[in-house]
Design a protein. Sequence first.
Length: 202
Amino acid sequence: MSSRAGTLDQPSTAAQAFGPLPRTLRTTMWPPGHAEPRPARKSLSVAHAQPFAGVGEMPHPADMDIKIEDEPRPEDVRVLEDRIYDFNVARTGFDDGKFVAAFLRDAEGLTIGGLFGWTWGATCYIRYLFVPASLRNQGHGSPLMRAAEREAKLRGCTQIALETHDFQAPDFYRRLGFEVVGRIDVYPSGHQYLTMLKRLTS
């Protein structure tokens, strides 16, 4: 099971966050094998300029050499996360972002699966949920989700949101009380990407 939040008693992995990572959660989710920052590249990057007020002189947009990067540096991505979070806090007044995580570990203490997300502004967002194939359909996913739900309630959350593809774990989430509130067709081709939500009661 792997669900971005995806397959649990099957899980999956959630690709799009419900809002940016709160500043207190700054930790760019980086692909395996890319933990160390890559050497700086000579292409336009927001991280190379001072943000907002006081920004250094910039060339006219028509003169900018904007290059698409398929392996951006984590620190460059973090600039975007931080700036978006600052904007959201300024507009909403909510600066209570906090991680929520629980892990499955083997007999040697190695992490083999688990759940990761955060709470912010009365919403709990589950970004990753994963249970190894050998352990799926054995009841490991539901306890992870229930633990996250309990913690979300303690933090004053009124809902839990996540995303999953139609080939991941939508039925699993439906059994836990989630409903589909949005979808993107043909992502990936031949499939759907679903946004699911569960309202919490006290």
